[in-house]
Design a protein around this ligand. Sequence first.
Ligand SMILES: NC(=O)c1ccc[n+]([C@@H]2O[C@H](COP(=O)([O-])OP(=O)(O)OC[C@H]3O[C@@H](n4cnc5c(N)ncnc54)[C@H](O)[C@@H]3O)[C@@H](O)[C@H]2O)c1
Length: 448
Amino acid sequence: MRVAMIGTGYVGLVSGACFADFGHHVTCVDKDAQKIERLERGEIPIFEPGLDDIVARNRAAGRLDFAVDLTQAVREADAVFIAVGTPSRRGDGHADLSYVYAAAREIAEAAEGYTVVVTKSTVPVGTGDEVERVIRETRPDADISVVSNPEFLREGAAIEDFKRPDRIVVGTDEPRAREVMTQLYRPLALNSLPLLFTGRRTSELIKYAGNAFLAVKITFINEIADLCEQVGANVQEVARGIGLDNRIGAKFLHAGPGYGGSCFPKDTLALTRTAQEAGTPLRIVETVVGVNDVRKLAMAKKVMNVLGGDVRGKTAAVLGLTFKPNTDDMRESPALSIIHALMDKGMKIRAYDPEGMEEAKKLLPAGVTYTSGAYEAAEGADCLVIVTEWDAFRALDFERLRKIMAQTVLVDLRNIYRPDEMQALGFTYESVGRGSDAAEGLAAPAVH
Ligand SMILES: NC(=O)c1ccc[n+]([C@@H]2O[C@H](COP(=O)([O-])OP(=O)(O)OC[C@H]3O[C@@H](n4cnc5c(N)ncnc54)[C@H](O)[C@@H]3O)[C@@H](O)[C@H]2O)c1
């Protein structure tokens, strides 16, 4: 089949390359001419493990093309995917759909013959109706079905997620569109294709409900972590203790500095706006949004407290800037809020990230010093702060760190290390939600 992918970002490039790998012919289109030029030269504009191989392989096989203008690709396509950004709209937190509607208009102008237009971008419930209206208004004669097919891939594991998804959700009531979508995904699993067909609005809502649920789960364990610190319990053991219950499940129960990234913050916010306008506010999700915002600043306070409160002139070495490992995506990363808050209090920042520094430089204040590695960042620092759990930070040489740091203080916001080990190494150690079970000075619970 022939596919046009409109928007060649984290989702569009991965989806396009994977569809090509299934044997389809794919053209990835992007308005950003520089991005397309780099791709034409064989460069991959984002960091995503394995993506370079799959792009090169399918380019060589003649199944993957790139273009700035969508006309030819759309004209020839059986399915056109919209995978453009849907960021938060300034001011009100709604999803900004201007890129989606602009793409829809251009697609309508170029389409020929029966074409399935598939919204892969995360869009609020009802957007498919509006995309259809825009298309019909632009080209009343066009033979087009508008389908919702939200994407669930995770950055850092995107190819694996796309090729081995838990489920593929397709929102359409039209048999012709259903057939095209089935053909597109069929190579993925000949026997047990996990396709879930729903109505279009339901499909759109599944994406938001899924992300909101995961954000609730993370925020829940983060609040439990705060409680653990106060009552002398260990959040990792609590998470294991509840996660072994199949009804709860072990995933998304890692306490940390709060969720970030290109999806959860904007999607939770947009969902609360949709719900408010529908007259059915989602109080739990609203609370989660607020709790998560405050949490990032609480992490900065943790750093200040461990250094005795007055941090002016002191230096923090920040390890990890991206919102999670194995990506270069800095959007809404907790590191941004934490570094801003520390600099506001007069701290100097030395920072290192294996892949995210180019993006970080665009978003962080000019005064940050970027280094070539973890030890270079730690040189002369009063405190080491692990914000992102890259593998490179999992086995640090603490003897070496002791020699080069001004003070032996580690704030581990991902609970990579063990408090007893760090104590034995002579480090002042602060992590998340790991009060000692034998904490002294705590009142025993009352017996009733
Ligand atoms: N990043 C993720 O992990 C992820 C996961 C699931 C869903 N999503 C959703 O997928 C969508 C895309 O996310 P992303 O992270 O890939 O965004 P992105 O910002 O990385 O990429 C979007 C691309 O679309 C291009 N674009 C915008 N308007 C265009 C137009 N009219 N024609 C051609 N190109 C155009 C931009 O230049 C950009 O390169 C969003 O709705 C997001 O919420 C993202």
